[in-house]
Ligand binder design. Structure first.
Ligand code: SF4
Length: 324
């Protein structure tokens, strides 16, 4: 790999999104919930696939407000001012094709507080008009997550948090890379290559998962490929489910520095250690020690270290590591 080679894919990253977030006038009140983050920033990197389950089900706009009622384990969709008409099956018929055809997506961004699209904390009302203590999911999202449990999903509002945004985008790219590099042409070799490139990403997130997945691959040939690949992806996505902490990143930065023993020695090495410590103390962002390390890696790093996705898990122009 040369200095100019990118670790990020050049194939389109397809991401589903609630239509109202892209500014489409599909909400119950005829309006939208436009997301500047999605429209101005993420749209440069993702190919969005907008979908409004309520419009697809023919409810039209404007339409009466809807809510979920009944058993939290099996909630029903009704109009808020008329609970006698069960709208659940109409909604489910409207989104059935979309669920079926979402296998090419690498992520999904959802509108919060919706009885159709909400990812969590959706109120489910009892007969007495009060919500259950247990909250639920919108019916479309529940079906989406049941059908694609490993698909990275997130509510748009949560993406305003720098750590959650970085984590979601990291997972989207990992999901995409796995589909392109392993599932498209399944082989033990491709899985090992993929795993090798994600080693430091894994190490930053979870030492335990790093070791477990390492062991899984050491014994890979004992398991049929069609069982091994979903098992691996499930464990990978579980390990990446939460943002890596400063301690995990520090550990990886020190490991990378260890690879550069001959290149970065003496005073330069001591300076590098100090920069990593300042990052660990929260005084500078992650991008600072990484930029310095990449400078040395570009000059004299081994192929192994250059192909580590940790160095560039997503396009740099997203600026995500400036805020970590
Ligand atoms: S159903 Fe979903 S996409 Fe449609 S308006 Fe409601 S939140 Fe937005």
């Amino acid at each position: 790999m040369t200095e100019s080679t990118s670790l990020v894919p050049d194939t389109p990253i397809n991401v589903g999104i609630s239509s109202c977030l892209l500014g489409q006038n599909v909400r119950y009140n005829g309006g939208h919930s436009q997301s500047r983050l999605c429209l101005d920033s993420l749209s440069q990197f993702f190919t969005f696939s907008p979908f409004c389950p309520e419009m697809a089900a023919g409810f039209g706009t404007p339409r009466p407000v809807m809510r979920l009622i009944g058993d939290p384990a099996d909630p029903r969709l009704v109009y808020s001012d008329n609970a006698t008409q069960d709208l659940t099956e109409q909604l489910q018929s409207g989104f059935a094709d979309k669920i079926h055809n979402s296998g090419e997506l690498d992520g999904y961004i959802l509108m919060k507080n919706s009885p159709s699209c909400g990812l969590e904390r959706i109120k489910i009302y009892q007969d007495n008009g009060h919500p259950h203590i247990d909250r639920g999911r919108g019916l479309f999202t529940e079906a989406l997550v049941a059908r694609y449990p490993l698909l990275p999903v997130e509510e748009e509002g949560r993406l305003n948090d720098a750590h959650l945004r970085e984590n979601f985008i990291l997972r989207v790219y990992a999901h995409h890379n796995f589909r392109q590099e392993v599932l498209a042409t399944p082989s033990y070799h491709n899985l090992l290559q993929f795993h090798s490139s994600y080693k430091y990403v894994l190490m930053a997130h979870s030492q335990a998962a790093y070791k477990t997945l390492g062991r899984l691959l050491a014994e890979a040939h004992q398991q049929p490929l069609d069982e091994l690949l979903p098992d691996y992806l499930q464990q990978l996505m579980a390990a990446l489910a939460s943002p890596a902490r400063r301690k995990g990143h520090t550990n990886v930065l020190m490991h990378i520095l260890g690879y550069l023993k001959k290149t970065v020695a003496g005073e330069a090495r001591q300076n590098m250690v100090e920069v990593i410590h300042r990052y660990r103390e929260g005084k500078i962002p992650l991008v600072t020690p990484l930029t310095l390390l990449r400078h040395y890696i570009d000059r004299e790093g081994s192929d192994y270290i250059r192909t580590q996705r940790y160095l560039q898990p997503y396009p740099e122009d997203l600026g995500l590591r400036n805020q970590l």
